[in-house]
Design a protein around this ligand. Structure first.
Ligand code: AMP
Ligand code: SF4
Length: 470
Protein backbone atom coordinates (compact mmCIF):
# COMPACT_ATOMS: atom_id res chain seq x y z
CA UNK A 1 0.00 0.00 0.00
CA UNK A 2 1.20 3.48 -0.76
CA UNK A 3 -0.04 6.86 -1.86
CA UNK A 4 2.93 8.53 -3.38
CA UNK A 5 3.60 6.06 -6.13
CA UNK A 6 1.61 5.68 -9.26
CA UNK A 7 1.03 2.33 -10.72
CA UNK A 8 0.25 1.17 -14.21
CA UNK A 9 -3.13 1.81 -15.80
CA UNK A 10 -5.72 -0.75 -16.81
CA UNK A 11 -7.26 -1.17 -20.27
CA UNK A 12 -10.06 -3.31 -21.65
CA UNK A 13 -12.35 -3.65 -24.63
CA UNK A 14 -15.44 -5.60 -25.69
CA UNK A 15 -16.31 -6.34 -29.31
CA UNK A 16 -19.72 -7.45 -30.48
CA UNK A 17 -21.84 -7.81 -27.37
CA UNK A 18 -25.28 -6.32 -26.69
CA UNK A 19 -24.11 -5.14 -23.29
CA UNK A 20 -20.66 -3.96 -24.31
CA UNK A 21 -20.58 -0.90 -22.05
CA UNK A 22 -21.83 -2.80 -18.99
CA UNK A 23 -19.23 -5.54 -19.48
CA UNK A 24 -16.57 -2.88 -19.92
CA UNK A 25 -17.75 -1.24 -16.71
CA UNK A 26 -17.48 -4.56 -14.83
CA UNK A 27 -14.03 -5.12 -16.30
CA UNK A 28 -12.93 -1.66 -15.14
CA UNK A 29 -14.15 -2.51 -11.65
CA UNK A 30 -11.91 -5.58 -11.74
CA UNK A 31 -8.99 -3.43 -12.91
CA UNK A 32 -9.52 -0.67 -10.36
CA UNK A 33 -6.32 -1.62 -8.49
CA UNK A 34 -4.36 -0.53 -11.60
CA UNK A 35 -5.54 3.07 -11.43
CA UNK A 36 -7.78 5.10 -9.20
CA UNK A 37 -7.41 8.58 -10.56
CA UNK A 38 -9.87 8.52 -13.44
CA UNK A 39 -11.97 6.12 -15.49
CA UNK A 40 -13.66 6.17 -18.87
CA UNK A 41 -15.55 4.19 -21.50
CA UNK A 42 -15.88 4.87 -25.24
CA UNK A 43 -18.60 3.09 -27.20
CA UNK A 44 -19.13 2.48 -30.88
CA UNK A 45 -22.65 3.34 -32.05
CA UNK A 46 -22.28 1.91 -35.52
CA UNK A 47 -20.61 2.79 -38.81
CA UNK A 48 -19.94 6.42 -39.67
CA UNK A 49 -20.96 7.70 -36.26
CA UNK A 50 -18.44 9.12 -33.80
CA UNK A 51 -17.68 7.08 -30.69
CA UNK A 52 -19.61 8.10 -27.59
CA UNK A 53 -17.45 8.83 -24.56
CA UNK A 54 -17.93 9.19 -20.84
CA UNK A 55 -15.00 9.69 -18.51
CA UNK A 56 -14.32 11.42 -15.26
CA UNK A 57 -12.03 11.82 -12.30
CA UNK A 58 -12.37 9.28 -9.50
CA UNK A 59 -13.07 5.62 -8.95
CA UNK A 60 -15.16 3.62 -11.42
CA UNK A 61 -18.09 3.71 -8.99
CA UNK A 62 -17.84 7.50 -8.77
CA UNK A 63 -17.48 8.13 -12.50
CA UNK A 64 -20.41 6.04 -13.80
CA UNK A 65 -24.00 5.73 -12.73
CA UNK A 66 -26.86 3.81 -14.35
CA UNK A 67 -27.87 6.74 -16.53
CA UNK A 68 -24.31 7.12 -17.87
CA UNK A 69 -24.24 3.47 -18.85
CA UNK A 70 -27.67 3.78 -20.49
CA UNK A 71 -26.31 6.58 -22.64
CA UNK A 72 -23.38 4.39 -23.67
CA UNK A 73 -25.45 1.99 -25.76
CA UNK A 74 -23.50 0.14 -28.41
CA UNK A 75 -22.10 -3.24 -29.28
CA UNK A 76 -18.42 -2.46 -28.84
CA UNK A 77 -16.57 -0.48 -26.21
CA UNK A 78 -13.15 0.18 -24.73
CA UNK A 79 -12.37 1.29 -21.19
CA UNK A 80 -9.54 2.69 -19.13
CA UNK A 81 -8.61 3.27 -15.51
CA UNK A 82 -5.84 5.74 -15.03
CA UNK A 83 -3.27 6.43 -12.40
CA UNK A 84 -1.68 9.58 -13.75
CA UNK A 85 1.95 10.48 -13.59
CA UNK A 86 3.05 13.23 -11.22
CA UNK A 87 2.18 16.63 -12.62
CA UNK A 88 -0.55 15.28 -14.90
CA UNK A 89 -3.92 16.91 -14.89
CA UNK A 90 -6.39 14.19 -13.95
CA UNK A 91 -9.29 15.16 -16.18
CA UNK A 92 -7.29 16.15 -19.25
CA UNK A 93 -5.42 12.88 -19.25
CA UNK A 94 -8.40 10.67 -18.46
CA UNK A 95 -8.80 8.02 -21.15
CA UNK A 96 -10.00 6.62 -23.51
CA UNK A 97 -8.79 9.38 -25.77
CA UNK A 98 -11.28 9.87 -28.59
CA UNK A 99 -10.29 11.77 -31.73
CA UNK A 100 -11.73 12.31 -35.18
CA UNK A 101 -9.44 11.30 -38.02
CA UNK A 102 -10.04 11.55 -41.73
CA UNK A 103 -10.91 7.87 -41.67
CA UNK A 104 -13.41 8.36 -38.82
CA UNK A 105 -13.62 8.21 -35.06
CA UNK A 106 -10.80 6.58 -33.08
CA UNK A 107 -10.64 5.71 -29.38
CA UNK A 108 -7.40 4.75 -27.61
CA UNK A 109 -6.81 3.24 -24.16
CA UNK A 110 -3.13 3.00 -23.34
CA UNK A 111 -1.27 1.36 -20.48
CA UNK A 112 2.47 1.94 -20.25
CA UNK A 113 4.95 4.63 -21.04
CA UNK A 114 6.65 5.45 -24.32
CA UNK A 115 10.27 6.23 -23.71
CA UNK A 116 10.49 8.25 -26.90
CA UNK A 117 7.07 9.84 -26.27
CA UNK A 118 8.49 13.23 -25.29
CA UNK A 119 10.82 13.29 -28.26
CA UNK A 120 8.04 12.33 -30.70
CA UNK A 121 5.75 14.95 -29.18
CA UNK A 122 8.43 17.60 -29.66
CA UNK A 123 8.89 16.62 -33.30
CA UNK A 124 5.15 16.60 -33.91
CA UNK A 125 4.75 20.00 -32.29
CA UNK A 126 7.56 21.40 -34.38
CA UNK A 127 5.75 20.32 -37.48
CA UNK A 128 2.46 21.86 -36.39
CA UNK A 129 0.59 19.33 -34.24
CA UNK A 130 -1.33 20.79 -31.34
CA UNK A 131 -1.63 18.68 -28.21
CA UNK A 132 -4.39 18.92 -25.66
CA UNK A 133 -3.10 16.42 -23.14
CA UNK A 134 0.25 15.14 -21.93
CA UNK A 135 -0.66 11.51 -22.62
CA UNK A 136 1.21 9.12 -24.87
CA UNK A 137 -2.16 8.11 -26.32
CA UNK A 138 -2.34 11.50 -27.99
CA UNK A 139 1.13 11.02 -29.49
CA UNK A 140 -0.14 7.76 -30.97
CA UNK A 141 -3.26 9.49 -32.30
CA UNK A 142 -1.17 12.15 -34.07
CA UNK A 143 1.23 9.59 -35.52
CA UNK A 144 -1.76 7.59 -36.78
CA UNK A 145 -3.36 10.68 -38.32
CA UNK A 146 -0.15 11.54 -40.13
CA UNK A 147 0.53 8.08 -41.49
CA UNK A 148 -1.53 9.14 -44.47
CA UNK A 149 -3.12 5.95 -45.77
CA UNK A 150 -6.86 5.39 -46.05
CA UNK A 151 -6.74 2.22 -44.04
CA UNK A 152 -6.74 2.75 -40.27
CA UNK A 153 -4.97 -0.54 -39.54
CA UNK A 154 -2.04 0.40 -41.76
CA UNK A 155 -1.89 3.81 -40.11
CA UNK A 156 -1.96 2.38 -36.60
CA UNK A 157 0.82 -0.07 -37.45
CA UNK A 158 2.87 2.74 -38.96
CA UNK A 159 2.40 4.72 -35.74
CA UNK A 160 3.36 1.80 -33.51
CA UNK A 161 6.51 1.19 -35.55
CA UNK A 162 7.73 4.64 -34.54
CA UNK A 163 7.28 4.32 -30.79
CA UNK A 164 9.56 2.68 -28.24
CA UNK A 165 8.78 1.64 -24.72
CA UNK A 166 5.82 0.06 -23.02
CA UNK A 167 2.30 -0.21 -24.33
CA UNK A 168 -0.72 -2.41 -23.97
CA UNK A 169 -3.47 -0.91 -26.07
CA UNK A 170 -7.19 -1.34 -26.63
CA UNK A 171 -8.24 0.69 -29.66
CA UNK A 172 -11.73 1.15 -31.08
CA UNK A 173 -13.19 2.45 -34.31
CA UNK A 174 -16.78 1.92 -35.51
CA UNK A 175 -15.47 -0.80 -37.83
CA UNK A 176 -13.04 -2.76 -35.65
CA UNK A 177 -11.39 -3.19 -32.29
CA UNK A 178 -7.59 -3.47 -32.13
CA UNK A 179 -5.27 -4.63 -29.39
CA UNK A 180 -1.50 -4.31 -29.28
CA UNK A 181 1.37 -5.12 -26.98
CA UNK A 182 4.87 -3.72 -27.31
CA UNK A 183 7.62 -6.02 -28.61
CA UNK A 184 8.98 -6.61 -25.08
CA UNK A 185 5.50 -7.33 -23.72
CA UNK A 186 6.27 -5.11 -20.76
CA UNK A 187 2.64 -4.65 -19.74
CA UNK A 188 0.16 -7.54 -19.81
CA UNK A 189 -2.84 -7.96 -22.12
CA UNK A 190 -5.15 -10.93 -22.54
CA UNK A 191 -7.77 -11.95 -25.06
CA UNK A 192 -11.06 -13.67 -24.28
CA UNK A 193 -14.38 -14.68 -25.77
CA UNK A 194 -17.64 -13.35 -24.48
CA UNK A 195 -20.77 -14.77 -26.08
CA UNK A 196 -20.28 -14.39 -29.82
CA UNK A 197 -17.95 -11.48 -29.25
CA UNK A 198 -14.43 -10.83 -28.04
CA UNK A 199 -12.81 -9.12 -25.13
CA UNK A 200 -9.35 -7.81 -24.26
CA UNK A 201 -8.16 -6.77 -20.82
CA UNK A 202 -4.97 -5.95 -18.95
CA UNK A 203 -5.59 -8.84 -16.59
CA UNK A 204 -7.50 -12.09 -16.75
CA UNK A 205 -9.42 -11.18 -13.56
CA UNK A 206 -11.29 -8.62 -15.70
CA UNK A 207 -12.22 -11.32 -18.22
CA UNK A 208 -13.54 -13.46 -15.35
CA UNK A 209 -15.52 -10.58 -13.90
CA UNK A 210 -17.16 -9.79 -17.24
CA UNK A 211 -18.04 -13.46 -17.82
CA UNK A 212 -15.57 -13.86 -20.68
CA UNK A 213 -13.57 -16.99 -21.30
CA UNK A 214 -9.81 -16.63 -21.49
CA UNK A 215 -8.46 -17.54 -24.93
CA UNK A 216 -4.79 -16.49 -24.82
CA UNK A 217 -2.46 -13.62 -24.02
CA UNK A 218 -1.81 -11.04 -26.70
CA UNK A 219 1.80 -11.86 -27.60
CA UNK A 220 4.64 -9.38 -27.14
CA UNK A 221 4.89 -7.44 -30.40
CA UNK A 222 1.49 -8.62 -31.62
CA UNK A 223 -1.13 -6.41 -33.22
CA UNK A 224 -4.62 -7.84 -33.26
CA UNK A 225 -7.58 -6.71 -35.34
CA UNK A 226 -11.01 -7.91 -34.31
CA UNK A 227 -13.93 -7.36 -36.66
CA UNK A 228 -16.92 -9.48 -37.48
CA UNK A 229 -16.29 -12.92 -36.03
CA UNK A 230 -12.57 -13.02 -36.55
CA UNK A 231 -9.29 -12.16 -34.92
CA UNK A 232 -6.45 -11.25 -37.30
CA UNK A 233 -2.95 -11.11 -35.97
CA UNK A 234 0.10 -9.31 -37.32
CA UNK A 235 3.57 -8.38 -36.05
CA UNK A 236 4.43 -4.82 -35.11
CA UNK A 237 8.10 -5.26 -35.86
CA UNK A 238 10.08 -7.92 -37.60
CA UNK A 239 13.11 -7.51 -35.41
CA UNK A 240 14.01 -10.27 -33.04
CA UNK A 241 13.27 -8.63 -29.73
CA UNK A 242 13.51 -10.77 -26.64
CA UNK A 243 10.32 -10.47 -24.58
CA UNK A 244 10.78 -8.91 -21.14
CA UNK A 245 7.42 -8.75 -19.35
CA UNK A 246 7.39 -6.76 -16.11
CA UNK A 247 8.28 -9.05 -13.21
CA UNK A 248 6.77 -6.54 -10.78
CA UNK A 249 3.31 -7.44 -12.08
CA UNK A 250 3.80 -10.79 -10.33
CA UNK A 251 5.28 -9.24 -7.22
CA UNK A 252 2.84 -6.40 -6.62
CA UNK A 253 0.72 -4.92 -9.42
CA UNK A 254 -1.52 -7.66 -10.70
CA UNK A 255 -4.44 -9.06 -8.79
CA UNK A 256 -3.80 -12.47 -7.19
CA UNK A 257 -6.65 -14.05 -9.15
CA UNK A 258 -5.10 -13.03 -12.48
CA UNK A 259 -2.91 -15.31 -14.57
CA UNK A 260 0.05 -13.84 -16.42
CA UNK A 261 1.58 -15.94 -19.19
CA UNK A 262 -0.36 -18.88 -17.81
CA UNK A 263 0.88 -18.49 -14.24
CA UNK A 264 -1.42 -17.61 -11.41
CA UNK A 265 -0.24 -14.51 -9.56
CA UNK A 266 -1.26 -15.77 -6.10
CA UNK A 267 0.63 -19.02 -6.64
CA UNK A 268 3.74 -17.19 -7.82
CA UNK A 269 3.59 -14.91 -4.76
CA UNK A 270 3.14 -17.88 -2.47
CA UNK A 271 6.26 -19.41 -3.98
CA UNK A 272 8.11 -16.13 -3.42
CA UNK A 273 7.21 -16.47 0.26
CA UNK A 274 8.41 -20.06 0.34
CA UNK A 275 11.74 -19.06 -1.20
CA UNK A 276 12.06 -16.25 1.33
CA UNK A 277 11.62 -18.73 4.17
CA UNK A 278 14.20 -21.08 2.61
CA UNK A 279 16.76 -18.39 1.82
CA UNK A 280 16.31 -16.17 4.88
CA UNK A 281 15.03 -18.25 7.82
CA UNK A 282 14.66 -16.78 11.31
CA UNK A 283 13.36 -18.13 14.59
CA UNK A 284 9.88 -16.62 15.05
CA UNK A 285 6.44 -17.27 16.54
CA UNK A 286 4.19 -15.93 13.79
CA UNK A 287 4.34 -14.79 10.18
CA UNK A 288 2.15 -11.94 8.97
CA UNK A 289 1.70 -10.18 5.64
CA UNK A 290 1.08 -6.52 4.87
CA UNK A 291 -2.47 -6.57 3.49
CA UNK A 292 -3.56 -7.04 0.81
CA UNK A 293 -0.77 -7.49 -1.68
CA UNK A 294 1.57 -9.48 0.59
CA UNK A 295 -0.84 -12.01 2.05
CA UNK A 296 -0.05 -14.67 -0.55
CA UNK A 297 3.71 -14.39 0.04
CA UNK A 298 3.23 -14.40 3.81
CA UNK A 299 1.18 -17.61 3.72
CA UNK A 300 3.92 -19.18 1.59
CA UNK A 301 6.52 -18.09 4.12
CA UNK A 302 4.52 -19.46 7.07
CA UNK A 303 3.95 -22.82 5.40
CA UNK A 304 7.58 -23.26 4.41
CA UNK A 305 8.88 -22.10 7.80
CA UNK A 306 6.28 -24.19 9.62
CA UNK A 307 5.13 -21.34 11.82
CA UNK A 308 1.54 -20.10 12.16
CA UNK A 309 0.27 -17.50 9.72
CA UNK A 310 -1.49 -14.79 11.71
CA UNK A 311 -3.38 -11.67 10.76
CA UNK A 312 -1.04 -9.20 12.43
CA UNK A 313 -2.44 -6.19 10.60
CA UNK A 314 -5.96 -5.40 9.50
CA UNK A 315 -6.64 -3.23 6.50
CA UNK A 316 -9.54 -0.83 6.32
CA UNK A 317 -11.26 -1.82 3.10
CA UNK A 318 -13.05 1.46 2.60
CA UNK A 319 -10.14 3.83 2.30
CA UNK A 320 -9.98 4.33 -1.46
CA UNK A 321 -7.72 7.23 -2.26
CA UNK A 322 -6.59 9.14 0.78
CA UNK A 323 -5.22 12.59 0.89
CA UNK A 324 -1.99 12.09 2.76
CA UNK A 325 -0.56 15.01 4.66
CA UNK A 326 3.03 15.84 3.85
CA UNK A 327 3.99 16.17 7.51
CA UNK A 328 5.60 13.07 8.92
CA UNK A 329 3.38 12.73 11.97
CA UNK A 330 0.22 13.03 9.89
CA UNK A 331 1.62 10.61 7.31
CA UNK A 332 1.86 8.08 10.11
CA UNK A 333 -1.82 8.60 10.87
CA UNK A 334 -2.45 8.04 7.17
CA UNK A 335 -0.87 4.59 7.45
CA UNK A 336 -2.81 4.01 10.71
CA UNK A 337 -5.99 4.80 8.88
CA UNK A 338 -5.29 1.98 6.47
CA UNK A 339 -3.58 -0.59 8.65
CA UNK A 340 -4.16 -1.41 12.28
CA UNK A 341 -2.09 -3.98 14.21
CA UNK A 342 -3.87 -6.72 16.14
CA UNK A 343 -2.35 -6.25 19.58
CA UNK A 344 -3.60 -9.61 20.89
CA UNK A 345 -1.76 -11.44 18.13
CA UNK A 346 1.38 -9.37 18.17
CA UNK A 347 2.02 -8.90 21.89
CA UNK A 348 5.24 -10.61 23.06
CA UNK A 349 5.58 -12.40 19.73
CA UNK A 350 8.61 -12.70 17.49
CA UNK A 351 7.02 -11.58 14.24
CA UNK A 352 8.08 -12.17 10.66
CA UNK A 353 6.45 -9.38 8.66
CA UNK A 354 6.35 -10.11 4.93
CA UNK A 355 5.90 -7.26 2.45
CA UNK A 356 6.18 -7.42 -1.33
CA UNK A 357 8.44 -4.41 -1.70
CA UNK A 358 9.99 -1.41 -0.01
CA UNK A 359 9.95 1.63 -2.23
CA UNK A 360 10.39 4.81 -0.26
CA UNK A 361 10.51 3.02 3.06
CA UNK A 362 7.69 5.00 4.66
CA UNK A 363 5.34 2.05 5.04
CA UNK A 364 7.94 -0.29 6.54
CA UNK A 365 9.24 2.30 8.97
CA UNK A 366 5.77 3.10 10.24
CA UNK A 367 4.66 -0.53 10.37
CA UNK A 368 7.71 -1.56 12.38
CA UNK A 369 6.92 1.23 14.81
CA UNK A 370 3.24 0.25 15.01
CA UNK A 371 4.11 -3.39 15.68
CA UNK A 372 6.57 -2.38 18.40
CA UNK A 373 3.92 -0.22 20.04
CA UNK A 374 1.57 -3.22 19.84
CA UNK A 375 4.10 -5.16 21.93
CA UNK A 376 5.99 -7.28 19.35
CA UNK A 377 9.16 -8.73 20.91
CA UNK A 378 11.07 -8.91 17.63
CA UNK A 379 10.21 -7.78 14.09
CA UNK A 380 11.88 -9.48 11.15
CA UNK A 381 11.05 -7.91 7.81
CA UNK A 382 11.11 -10.22 4.81
CA UNK A 383 10.63 -8.67 1.38
CA UNK A 384 9.47 -10.87 -1.49
CA UNK A 385 11.51 -8.93 -4.08
CA UNK A 386 15.03 -7.47 -4.33
CA UNK A 387 15.91 -3.91 -3.23
CA UNK A 388 13.99 -1.45 -5.45
CA UNK A 389 16.86 0.78 -6.56
CA UNK A 390 16.00 2.21 -9.98
CA UNK A 391 12.95 4.10 -11.20
CA UNK A 392 10.63 2.34 -13.63
CA UNK A 393 10.58 3.84 -17.11
CA UNK A 394 7.70 1.80 -18.39
CA UNK A 395 4.59 3.13 -16.75
CA UNK A 396 5.14 3.09 -13.02
CA UNK A 397 5.89 6.46 -11.55
CA UNK A 398 8.40 6.24 -8.75
CA UNK A 399 9.23 9.93 -9.09
CA UNK A 400 12.99 9.96 -8.93
CA UNK A 401 15.82 7.80 -7.81
CA UNK A 402 16.36 9.97 -4.75
CA UNK A 403 13.01 8.86 -3.35
CA UNK A 404 13.94 5.20 -3.35
CA UNK A 405 15.25 4.14 0.04
CA UNK A 406 17.37 1.33 -1.44
CA UNK A 407 19.09 3.55 -4.01
CA UNK A 408 22.73 3.84 -2.96
CA UNK A 409 22.17 2.03 0.34
CA UNK A 410 23.12 -1.39 1.65
CA UNK A 411 20.54 -3.73 3.14
CA UNK A 412 22.06 -3.13 6.59
CA UNK A 413 21.58 0.59 6.19
CA UNK A 414 17.96 0.13 5.14
CA UNK A 415 17.41 -2.22 8.08
CA UNK A 416 18.64 0.53 10.39
CA UNK A 417 16.46 3.17 8.77
CA UNK A 418 13.25 1.15 9.01
CA UNK A 419 14.13 -0.03 12.53
CA UNK A 420 13.56 -3.77 12.05
CA UNK A 421 15.47 -6.41 14.04
CA UNK A 422 16.39 -7.95 10.72
CA UNK A 423 15.65 -7.22 7.08
CA UNK A 424 16.17 -9.61 4.16
CA UNK A 425 15.24 -9.45 0.49
CA UNK A 426 14.67 -12.13 -2.10
CA UNK A 427 17.18 -12.33 -4.96
CA UNK A 428 16.44 -11.50 -8.58
CA UNK A 429 17.12 -15.09 -9.63
CA UNK A 430 14.57 -16.38 -7.15
CA UNK A 431 11.78 -14.08 -8.32
CA UNK A 432 12.42 -15.05 -11.91
CA UNK A 433 12.44 -18.72 -10.88
CA UNK A 434 9.11 -18.32 -9.07
CA UNK A 435 7.64 -16.67 -12.17
CA UNK A 436 8.80 -19.61 -14.27
CA UNK A 437 11.91 -18.35 -16.01
CA UNK A 438 15.33 -16.85 -15.62
CA UNK A 439 16.33 -13.21 -15.12
CA UNK A 440 16.67 -12.76 -18.87
CA UNK A 441 13.05 -13.65 -19.42
CA UNK A 442 11.69 -10.60 -17.59
CA UNK A 443 12.18 -6.91 -17.11
CA UNK A 444 13.76 -6.53 -13.68
CA UNK A 445 15.10 -3.03 -14.27
CA UNK A 446 13.84 -1.48 -11.03
CA UNK A 447 16.03 -3.99 -9.19
CA UNK A 448 18.98 -4.36 -11.55
CA UNK A 449 19.14 -1.09 -13.48
CA UNK A 450 19.20 -3.17 -16.67
CA UNK A 451 16.54 -1.55 -18.81
CA UNK A 452 15.36 -3.71 -21.70
CA UNK A 453 14.58 -0.57 -23.73
CA UNK A 454 17.30 2.00 -23.12
CA UNK A 455 16.43 5.62 -22.55
CA UNK A 456 17.94 7.23 -25.61
CA UNK A 457 19.38 10.68 -25.17
CA UNK A 458 19.09 10.68 -21.39
CA UNK A 459 22.70 11.42 -20.49
CA UNK A 460 21.98 11.93 -16.84
CA UNK A 461 20.55 8.46 -16.61
CA UNK A 462 23.01 6.23 -14.78
CA UNK A 463 21.51 3.05 -16.16
CA UNK A 464 22.37 1.07 -19.19
CA UNK A 465 20.49 -1.02 -21.67
CA UNK A 466 19.98 -4.68 -20.80
CA UNK A 467 22.79 -5.85 -23.07
CA UNK A 468 25.34 -3.71 -21.30
CA UNK A 469 24.26 -5.03 -17.93
CA UNK A 470 25.23 -8.60 -18.53
P1 AMP B 1 6.89 2.64 0.53
O1 AMP B 1 6.12 3.07 1.72
O2 AMP B 1 7.11 3.79 -0.41
O3 AMP B 1 8.15 1.90 0.84
O4 AMP B 1 5.98 1.64 -0.30
C1 AMP B 1 5.99 0.28 -0.07
C2 AMP B 1 4.60 -0.25 -0.09
O5 AMP B 1 3.92 0.20 -1.27
C3 AMP B 1 4.56 -1.75 -0.11
O6 AMP B 1 3.66 -2.14 0.92
C4 AMP B 1 4.04 -2.15 -1.47
O7 AMP B 1 3.02 -3.12 -1.36
C5 AMP B 1 3.46 -0.89 -2.05
N1 AMP B 1 3.93 -0.57 -3.42
C6 AMP B 1 4.98 -1.05 -4.11
N2 AMP B 1 5.07 -0.50 -5.33
C7 AMP B 1 4.04 0.36 -5.44
C8 AMP B 1 3.57 1.23 -6.46
N3 AMP B 1 4.20 1.34 -7.62
N4 AMP B 1 2.46 1.97 -6.22
C9 AMP B 1 1.83 1.89 -5.04
N5 AMP B 1 2.24 1.10 -4.03
C10 AMP B 1 3.31 0.33 -4.21
FE1 SF4 C 1 8.23 -3.64 -14.10
FE2 SF4 C 1 10.31 -2.74 -12.71
FE3 SF4 C 1 10.53 -3.21 -15.34
FE4 SF4 C 1 9.06 -1.16 -14.43
S1 SF4 C 1 11.29 -1.41 -14.23
S2 SF4 C 1 8.50 -2.60 -16.05
S3 SF4 C 1 8.20 -2.02 -12.53
S4 SF4 C 1 10.16 -4.72 -13.70
Amino acid sequence: MNDSLREACGVCGVWNHTHASVLTYYALYALQHRGQESAGIAVSRGQNRPLALHRGVGLVAEVFDGADLDRLQGESAIGHVHYGRSGDSSMLNAQPLVVRLRSGSLGISHNGNLINGTELRRQLEQSGSIFQTTSDAEVLAHLTARAGREDIETNLLAALRQVRGAYALAILTPEAMFAARDPHGLRPLSLGRVGDGWMVASETCALDTAGAEFVRDVEPGEFVRIDGEDVHSSRISNSDVRPAPCVFEYIYFARPDSNLAGRNVHQVRKRLGEYLAQDHPVVADVASGVPDSSISAATGYAEAADIPYEMGLVRNRYIGRTFIQPEDRLRQLGVNLKLNPLDMVIRDARVVLVDDSIVRGTTSRILVQLLREAGAREIHLRISSPPYRYPCRYGIDTSSRGDLIAAGRTVDEIEQLVGADSLRYLSEDRIAEAAGGSRDDFCTACFSGCYPVSVAGDDADPHRGRDECE
